[in-house]
Design a protein. Structure first.
Length: 211
C-alpha cells in the first residue's frame, strides 16, 4: 500500500485524470508542452523531426534512408485506406441508399395522390399532412447527402492528381475524409425515415437485436 502511494506521488506530474478526448486535454497538453496531433497524416509528420531520425539511427532500428521509406509507405497506406472508404461510401450512396429512398418517396406520393383523389384536394392534403412532412424531411436529407457525396468525389479527384504522397495524404484528410461525417449524418436520418422493407442495409437496431 505504501509503495502504491509512493508511485502515485512520483507520477503526479505526468498523469492526467480528466477527459483525454475533449478540449480539457487539448488545453492541458498545450500547458505541458506536449504535441497533440489529431489526425494520422500530421502524426506521421513526426518522422520529419531530426531528433526522431537520430533516435532511430542511434538505436540501430532504422537508418535515415529506411525511415524515409517507412514514412512514405505510411502516408501511402493512409491514402489507400481513405480512398477505399470514400469509394465505398459513394457507392453505397448512389447504388443503394438513393434508389431505396426514391422508391419510398414514390410510395408516399402515390399515397398522397390517392387521398386527394378520394377526398378532394383540400381534405386529402389535410389528411396527408404527415406524409408530406416526411417527404420534405426525406428531400432535405437526400439532397444534402448527395451534395456532400459529390463534393467528396470532386475533392478525391483533385487529391489523386497530387504527386507528393504526404501532400496527397493531407488532402485526403482535410478535403475528402472531412465529408464522411456529413454523409453519414444524413444517411442515418434517412434510415430512420425509410421503411424497413425498402432500406437495403441492416439498420442499427437490427445489428443490436434479433427480430
Amino acid at each position: 500500500m505504501k509503495e502504491l502511494q509512493v508511485l502515485i506521488k512520483a507520477s503526479k506530474k505526468i498523469r492526467f485524470e480528466g477527459n483525454g478526448y475533449g478540449d480539457e486535454w487539448v488545453k492541458e497538453a498545450e500547458k505541458r508542452g506536449l504535441s497533440n496531433r489529431k489526425d494520422t497524416p500530421r502524426a506521421l509528420q513526426v518522422y520529419h523531426d531530426k531528433g526522431v531520425e537520430q533516435l532511430f539511427d542511434s538505436m540501430g532500428v532504422l537508418s535515415p534512408r529506411e525511415l524515409e521509406a517507412r514514412k512514405e509507405i505510411e502516408f501511402d497506406s493512409y491514402v489507400l485506406k481513405i480512398q477505399i472508404e470514400s469509394r465505398l461510401m459513394g457507392d453505397l450512396v448512389n447504388n443503394n441508399i438513393i434508389p431505396a429512398v426514391l422508391e419510398y418517396q414514390n410510395k408516399l406520393i402515390q399515397n398522397i395522390q390517392g387521398l386527394v383523389s378520394v377526398f378532394g384536394e383540400k381534405e386529402g392534403k389535410s389528411m396527408a399532412k404527415t406524409q408530406m412532412d416526411i417527404l420534405k424531411q426525406i428531400n432535405l436529407h437526400l439532397n444534402s447527402m448527395k451534395a456532400a457525396s459529390e463534393t467528396m468525389l470532386a475533392e478525391r479527384k483533385k487529391a489523386n492528381g497530387l504527386v507528393d504522397v504526404e501532400k496527397k495524404a493531407l488532402a485526403y484528410c482535410d478535403k475528402v475524409k472531412v465529408h464522411f461525417d456529413e454523409i453519414r449524418y444524413h444517411a442515418d436520418k434517412l434510415e430512420l425515415l425509410v421503411e424497413d422493407e425498402l432500406w437495403p442495409l441492416p439498420k442499427f437496431r437490427e445489428l443490436l437485436f434479433i427480430r
